[in-house]
Design a protein around this ligand. Structure first.
Ligand code: KG4
Ligand code: ZN
Length: 362
């Protein structure tokens, strides 16, 4: 089975071909990502209208490149999987309309994929992780802990009540005058800073609920920086290091509680696994802390390589394959599906009090 995947929900224009054969590990035949970082850098964040236009200009070429690299003709693919949400509506429209056109022209089945399901299942492209497992998704738009029970079957255990973690990194970087995207910049300068110099809050640490909150930390960073302005290079490094260590400690607390709950809920599971996905998972301090935590709790830890952690279309194609293989409803209505800027993975999860903001990646 070969599936063409298309992803345009944020600031990456992506297409990929993934192949699955019975008894063999899946093969990523191509995974093409056209990043728009250069277009958005001057604005310090993703500008939705610029993103949508860049998808219009880039997508045809990216799809052609993905097919060429996979040595595949469109007529050879078995289905087309496309991100239908959640994300920026302009970009989603471009991807979904393109995929519908390709499906209509070739009479191929179209599968509408929830972007979060792509992240949730991406680890299984790397290793045959068995269901159920726990996933921590930390990206520019999402911060969630999800119980992954199988394709189409998820329980959201935690979410952020305000900012996403990547967003907190990006805003902190902006405040400190560091270049976009902020996460890698903060990590870089934090390496030369003193994490103990500023006493920043660890939001929700110790609370029984598993959720996240980062806006108070962001405010504390702004106040700490304001109190000693103008900032020297060392001040910036110290704030970045203190911020990162507050994040690490917060994540450790939230994730440790989730591991305990998973243990309690699935006591007879011999080899429980935590999977991490999303751009923030590239952060070495965070990765190391999660790895240690999993070791201490007897959990396996799986962090897909960066190109599968950040937004890509291989994970969308793969989610399509997983859904087809699981015999999920063929989604005859995908051809009339409208893009959804919001689309919870777990429809039964109650909206969080305080959540509901409408940021670029919300
Ligand atoms: O998954 P992703 O590529 O895109 C979506 O948001 O869907 O994640 C991008 C986010 C940005 O907020 C970026 O600052 C953050 O991931 N990020 C990092 C690092 N690399 C990327 N955050 C912390 N440390 C990093 N090394
Ligand atoms: Zn994403």
């Amino acid at each position: 089975m070969r599936v063409l995947g298309i992803e345009t929900s944020c600031d990456e224009t992506a297409a990929a071909v993934v192949e699955s054969q019975p008894g063999r590990p899946p093969r990523i035949c191509s995974n093409v990502v056209l990043s728009q970082i250069a277009e958005h850098a001057a604005f310090g964040g993703v500008v939705p209208e610029i993103a949508a236009r860049a998808h219009v200009e880039g997508l045809d070429g990216v799809v052609a490149a993905a097919l060429a690299e996979a040595d595949t003709r469109l007529s050879d693919v078995d289905a087309i999987a496309v991100t239908a949400g959640p994300g920026l509506i302009g970009g989603l429209l471009v991807g979904l309309m393109t995929a519908k056109a390709l499906a209509a022209a070739t009479s191929k089945p179209l599968i509408a994929i929830n972007h979060l399901e792509g992240h949730a299942l991406s680890a299984r492209l790397m290793a045959p992780v068995a269901f159920p497992y726990l996933m921590l998704l930390v990206s520019g738009g999402h911060t969630q802990i999800v119980l992954v029970k199988g394709p189409g079957s998820y329980e959201r255990w935690a979410s952020t009540i305000d900012d996403a973690l990547g967003e907190a990194f990006d805003k902190t970087a902006k405040l400190l005058g560091l270049p976009y995207p902020g996460g890698p910049s903060v990590e870089r300068v934090a390496a030369g800073g003193d994490p103990a110099r500023f006493d920043l809050p660890r939001p929700l640490k110790g609370e029984a609920r598993l959720d996240f909150s980062f806006s108070g930390l962001k405010t504390a960073v702004r106040q700490a920086a304001g109190a000693i302005a103008p900032l020297s290079r060392q001040d910036i490094a110290d704030i970045a290091a203190s911020f990162q260590s507050a994040i690490v400690e917060t994540l450790e607390d939230r994730v440790a509680r989730s591991l305990l709950r998973f243990r309690a809920d699935f006591a007879d599971l011999a080899a429980p696994v935590l999977v991490v996905a999303g751009g923030v998972a590239a952060n070495r301090a965070i990765r190391a802390a999660l790895e240690r935590l999993c070791r201490d709790h007897g959990f396996g830890f799986l962090a897909p390589p960066a190109e599968l952690c950040t937004d890509n279309a291989a994970m969308i194609a793969w989610a399509g394959i997983e859904r087809l293989r699981a015999g999920l409803p063929p989604q005859d209505d995908a051809m009339i599906q409208a893009p959804r800027s919001r689309w919870p993975l777990d429809m039964s999860a109650a909206p969080l009090i305080g959540a509901g903001k409408r940021g670029a990646k919300a």
